[in-house]
Design a protein around this ligand. Structure first.
Ligand code: M6R
Length: 609
């Protein structure tokens, strides 16, 4: 995830900027840059790769000055490169901007600015910002930034610096974190607390729409109407390690809570203005392309494979194209029937998983068209596939995948709707219904995260059981597989997921008194069937924890406990039902004293076979 820092005071700005960015390195990034006003001009230095590359580049010739901004970039628009790194400048080099997030309407703004003669050098959405400022600047830095903010749509935290207004930084935010560190004779700006913790613990936490004018001895904050805001000082009492985790005990918990934001970012810019259809600028497929495909393979590993299973269900249901979902390490060695009428979709958070990469290469060798769904811009899989759709989850640090999964599900849903639109295989009204439902998902995930107490209690109560079963039908089964994987990988409890209808074909023999069975019953079309499977395990004295939609009054009659998730479309509910399972795994691991973020024997990115 990108990181922002800003400094204004009497000290050497570059020194603080580099130190602050170093403290944000844990968030993941692919390039870095700083801009410092030296009393005459703004000097910008950027470099792709680690911060050490930037430090090497300017060693012996550090930009001099007492006011500056810096950034570590996690690429979204445009590959990682020196040019695409932030800060970005306008044509004259008078204004520079560092940005986290996404400017959704940047293409339209960019076209207009180019018409007016502005010259763009990068592929980023961010670069429109300094050019917009150049365009509207009327001598009043603050009101000009305010104008720029009214022109942009999206989610962002921004810091602006102007050569014409020395000693002033202006920052603002929308749906992205931003804080101001209050020093004495110096002030700091950062996207995250660790960047400033060595300098001050007194902060202002910026709210959406607020604009702050930051000078060395003052901070002036106004709301989006321009009215002054009296901010309360927030004293940070976390240590540096806790600050990196945003106050959460583990990265996994932080990432579970980041899901609403990650899903919102992944959905952004992917709907037509009137909400009637899905837009994929990166694909630009047409009906002939779809007609030329007679089968789809979705290939991935682990959690990404589980997202692929949901993707198979979506595409078959909506676009009526046969889909096979396969584990990458199987696919690559089993002579799959693939030719030039096949589309192979590989799914990978890291974009570096060796089996998935090899499967992609094999599919290409056999003549398949290929599409990558990945979270890392410029990763090997992104580079190798014919086309790429990115999830915008931001870096995932915990080994256990959480926000990557929910964003992969959203991308799968969007791809399926997009195909259905092209093929006209689903009524328009149903498409609108799903789009509306998808837009609600971030808020509904937040709602699911509101009350975690019952889940903590179950985890404590059942956390030491050696076996746990997960059951469900249809999409509930796919989510059950992910729930079981989460539990086993971080709590080391033996957990297995079964299609509920399969129980009586063997597994029921294992069900005995006291065995916890997590039963997902969110799929209305198979609800009664699932209920009878729940009765089967209950009759063997299992302890049933049900996952159901709010308003379900039936399940509690048969289950020992029920965790409710908000009501949603049957196709969308996996995005909600998985959340309590992630939390259950997390709290079970905690109860058992496991190393949640770094489970034994596992690595975040599996780059060896
Ligand atoms: O980076 P990828 O999505 O390709 O990784 C695939 C799996 O290794 C990964 O999902 C793994 O299963 C996770 N640890 C699960 O939480």
């Amino acid at each position: 995830m990108c990181g922002i820092v800003g400094y204004v005071g009497d000290g050497e700005a570059a020194r603080f900027l580099l130190e602050g960015l170093t403290r944000l390195e844990y968030r993941g990034y692919d390039s870095a840059g700083i801009a410092v006003y030296d009393g005459e001009k703004i000097r910008i230095e950027k470099s792709v790769g680690r911060l050490s590359e930037l430090k090497k580049k300017i060693a012996g010739d550090m930009p001099k000055g007492v006011c500056g901004i810096g950034h570590t970039r996690w690429a979204t628009h445009g590959r990682p490169s020196d040019t695409n790194s932030h800060p970005h400048a306008d044509c004259a080099g008078d204004f520079v901007v560092a940005h986290n997030g996404i400017i959704e309407n940047y293409m339209t703004l960019k076209e207009k600015l180019i018409e007016k003669g502005h010259r763009f050098v990068s592929e980023t959405d961010t670069e429109v910002l300094p050019h917009l400022l150049e365009e509207v600047y009327d001598g009043d830095f603050e009101s000009s930034v305010r104008k720029v903010v009214t022109m942009i749509e999206g989610s962002y935290s921004l810091v602006f610096m102007s050569r014409r207004d020395p000693g002033v930084l202006i920052c603002t935010k929308q749906d992205n974190p931003l804080i101001i560190g209050l020093g004495s004779g110096e002030n700091f700006i950062a996207s995250d607390i660790p960047a400033i913790i060595n300098h001050t613990r007194r902060t202002y936490i910026m709210s959406d729409g607020e604009i702050a004018v930051v000078k060395k001895d003052s901070v002036w904050v106004t709301n989006n109407q321009g009215e002054p805001v009296t901010k309360k000082v927030f004293e940070v009492n976390w240590n540096a390690e806790a600050a990196e985790k945003g106050g959460y005990e583990h990265f996994m918990l932080k990432e579970i809570h980041e899901q609403p934001k990650a899903v919102r970012a992944t959905l952004s810019s992917r709907f037509a203005k009137d909400g009637s259809s899905v837009v994929f600028d990166e694909l630009k497929w047409n009906v002939d392309f779809l007609k030329s495909i007679d089968r789809i393979f979705i290939v991935a590993c682990g959690t990404a494979y589980h997202a692929g299973l949901v993707g198979k269900y979506y595409i078959e249901k909506m676009a009526r194209i046969p889909v096979e979902c396969d584990i990458a390490s199987e696919f690559r060695y089993r002579s799959p029937i693939v030719d030039d009428r096949t589309l192979t979709i590989v799914v990978s958070q890291s974009g570096e998983t060796i089996d998935t990469l090899a499967a992609l290469k094999e599919a290409k060798r056999l003549g398949s068209r290929t599409l990558a769904v990945t979270n890392v811009v410029g990763s090997s899989i992104a580079r190798d596939a014919d086309q790429v759709v990115y999830t915008w989850a931001g870096p995932e640090i915990a080994v256990a995948s959480t926000k990557a999964y929910t964003t992969q599900l959203i991308v799968m849903l969007l791809i399926a709707i997009y195909m259905a639109e092209l093929k006209k295989s689903m009524p328009e009204a149903r498409i609108r219904e799903l789009i509306e439902g998808a837009k609600n998902i971030p808020a509904q995930i937040s709602e699911t995260l509101e009350d975690t107490e019952p889940i903590k209690t179950f985890a404590k109560r059942y956390g030491f059981n050696e076996d746990v079963f997960f059951i469900g039908r249809s999409l509930d089964y796919d989510v059950a597989l992910e729930g079981a994987l989460k539990l086993k990988e971080i709590s080391y409890i033996h957990a297995e997921a079964y299609a509920a209808g399969e129980l009586k074909h063997g597994t029921l023999a294992l069900v005995k008194e006291g065995i916890p069975v997590i039963a997902l019953a969110t799929q209305r079309s198979v609800y009664e069937k699932t209920l009878s499977n729940i009765k089967e395990v209950k009759a063997r004295d299992a302890i049933v924890i049900g996952i159901a939609e709010k308003g379900d009054e039936e399940l509690s009659k048969y289950a020992d406990h029920v965790i409710y998730v908000p009501e949603a479309d049957e196709l969308l509910i996996p995005l909600l039902a998985v959340v309590p399972l992630q939390l259950l795994a997390y709290y079970a691991a905690l109860t058992r004293g496991c190393d949640v973020d770094k489970p034994r024997n596992l690595a975040k990115s599996v780059t060896v076979e």
